[in-house]
Design a protein. Structure first.
Length: 325
């Protein structure tokens, strides 16, 4: 037959046949109303007769691939890739390539896992919704990072360029790392069992610290920070010099031997009394409920005072020798 079979515009079986003794098949044209026709490909008997779409080589020589529109259990299985602009429901198999998930209507009755295969999934935003609202669930966004729902909408993600942060209820409540001025690999170790915080370099190049801090770092009264050297910014170009070699008598500041009342190890320490330092150089003491001392200021002034005292003593000794001559 090389011509066209044309069926009238009515409802009825177009093609019908029997297979495997009692199983039937048909291609059926029907409608549900005016301008609402449909085409049915069907099997019948035990409701488990599969429907296949197949490709062969030659004149139906070797079977190459089979698509199961409906298998014995009612599943649909394709031998290759499945492409769809939108998808709703459960899926399994290998997901490859870029998938457009805009307008996604999620499946809400899942009883198992969703397997994306070894290639994963790429998306500008992935959201797990709870109670009909994404802020009460889990969201991952390329720009904002990982969002954990709840009060304040906590997020974990990138901060500007080369940064990573934890945000709790907004940008004003945050804890983040900035690597914009770090030129080599670094590691940051949180307090260990002894309370030590470590800033280490995995490469030989020097560490370039973050210079935009607007608050102090408090390690507590009994914690320590260890490094091979500590450097304090001292570039004269960034100083408004008020006086050179100020005449401040700090030799009267006593050195005290003490044990901190909040240190369970009862370690013996040496230092100054912030209250006494404040009475002489108040600008070197900070805090209200608990006072802290800028030890570098005190040490610098003490060294200067000792140098001045040494010069005075050397002059007196020199004068004594002159008098004896």
């Amino acid at each position: 037959m090389t011509n066209t079979i044309n069926f009238a515009n009515n409802v009825g079986t177009c093609l019908y046949g029997t297979m495997a003794d009692s199983d039937q098949w048909r291609i059926y044209a029907g409608n549900t109303g005016s301008n609402a026709g449909y085409l049915e490909i069907a099997t019948a008997d035990d409701a488990s007769e599969p429907i296949y779409v197949r490709q062969y080589t030659g004149v139906f020589g070797s079977l190459i691939r089979t698509a199961k529109l409906l298998d014995e259990s009612g599943n649909t299985i394709f031998p290759g890739y499945l492409g769809a602009y939108n998808f709703s429901g459960t899926s399994s198999g290998t997901n490859t390539g870029d998938q457009n998930l805009s307008g996604l209507v999620p499946y809400t009755g899942a009883t198992g896992d969703v397997n994306l295969g070894t290639n994963g999934m790429t998306s500008t935003r992935l959201t797990v919704i709870k109670n009909g609202s994404s802020v009460n669930g889990l969201a991952f966004e390329q720009a904002a990072g990982l969002g954990l729902g709840g009060a304040g909408y906590t997020t974990v993600g990138p901060v500007a360029t080369d940064g990573f942060g934890f945000f709790f209820g907004g940008a004003t409540k945050a804890f983040y790392f900035s690597a914009t001025s770090i030129t080599a690999q670094r590691s940051y170790s949180l307090p260990d069992a002894s309370g030590t915080i470590a800033l280490t370099s995995n490469l030989s190049s020097s560490y370039v610290p973050y210079t935009g801090a607007t608050a102090n770092v408090d390690l507590g009264s009994t914690r320590t920070m260890t490094a091979s050297a500590f450097y304090e910014s001292s570039d004269i170009r960034f100083k408004n010099v008020i006086e050179i070699n100020p005449n401040v008598n700090v030799l009267g500041i006593d050195v005290i031997k003490f044990i901190r009342i909040d240190d369970e190890s009862n370690a013996i320490r040496y230092g100054y009394s912030a209250q006494q330092v404040k009475s002489i150089i108040p600008e070197s003491v900070t805090g209200e409920d608990k006072l802290s001392v800028n030890y570098m200021d005190v040490h610098t002034l003490k060294i200067a005072a000792l140098e001045k005292r040494i010069l005075e003593l050397e002059a007196k000794i020199s004068n004594l020798w002159v008098g004896q001559d």
